[in-house]
Write a new protein. Sequence first.
Length: 447
Amino acid sequence: MTWQDEYNAKHMTYEQAASLLQAGDVLRSGIGADARSLLPALFNRVVELGMQVKIIACSPSPSQEWFNPEYADLGFNLSSEVFAGATARQALTDNRADWYPGLFSNMINVWDRDAEAREPADFFHCSVTPPDANGYMGTGGLAWHKLDWIERSKVAIVEVCPFLPDVPGERIHVSQVTGIIDSALESLPLTERVSTREVQLVAGFVNEIIQDGDTCQIGAGRTATHLPEAGAFAGKKDLGWHSEITPPGVVQLMMEGVFNSSRKSYDVGLHVTASVNGRTPEHWQWLHNNPPLEGRRVSSVNHILNIGRHERFTSINNAFQVDLTGQIYAESIGTSIYNGTGGQTEFHLGAAISRGGKAITVLPSTATNGTISRILPYATDGTFVTVPRTFADFVVTEYGIARLGGRSQRQRADNLIAIAHPDHRGELRKAAQTIFYPSMVKPAVNA
């Protein structure tokens, strides 16, 4: 049988694919790359099975409507892991969904290790590109953990999306999947990108830290992903790229040669990523026409040792808050998961162990129209720590750079207060005096 014969034999309707889901199954999906055209049929199938399906989704697309509040009464068995994203956020806040903390690089390692106790991989779905002349389908620039779960799942359904660029890297052969469906979509929706004056100022300070020849990473978030267009890398040369996500602004700088990875310690001349997307037809063409870029599974890209072996690795990630000791909070508001850890911990620690590496945390100085300082004495509401203070390095707001690596608690507090919003510095100084200095009132001595 040729691969074309196998492809045709495995080609099925959405309903046929959904019928392979059985009661008691665990249903998993590609990270931000689920089979969107299949989801309405899967929704109906889960209802048909009396909700006897456990749904585990990392960064689910809006097409996973079972996370929506309007379906709360139906009682879907929902969970999210590592990175929630906007779709799963409200369900987590309402405690309609459970949460799996963890690391992208360690998810599969833990699953493989716990053979006797793990939750099964029954049904997995994701998007792919059309097959090449040898029957291999690409990940469309969204490698993530597609191959990891396809290799382990009883049922693997792929949605063929001609609108995805065929980015070099990992390939999925027709023989590796259970079923193949056509996409009903013409493209993936682009999220609105709105920069701010604060981002422009933060970019200028980040630019002061970046050096020619650094190997860089940028994490998801409203500040970090806008930094390339805002000038964070302006005037730099021979930058390298090894990153979980690759924002469109970095794609443009790759096309212009600012990022060429020529001075990387490993994968010289090759950009490495788990996820990449463009915003223009020019970006799509560049990604599609065999660029010096490779999409690899997130378990490899995010592995702390793979990151740290690069000399002068520079990570750039967002935070919600940083306290005066340097603890970095980037995943929850109180105990409610907002996004989750994502790859921030891995890349921050990887930069910390890199020879000459730098770990940069970026955030606006305030929230809620300036009424709340994002630099705070300490968290009191149960907010989860994403990066321990022992690994804190550079923190950047629109007011400057706070260097925390190698600094004492008092020095860290002084440096962080200097980049806090001026309206909140007085309060922070009083708090620092209380936390880090002797009390001005001496205790009474018993006679």
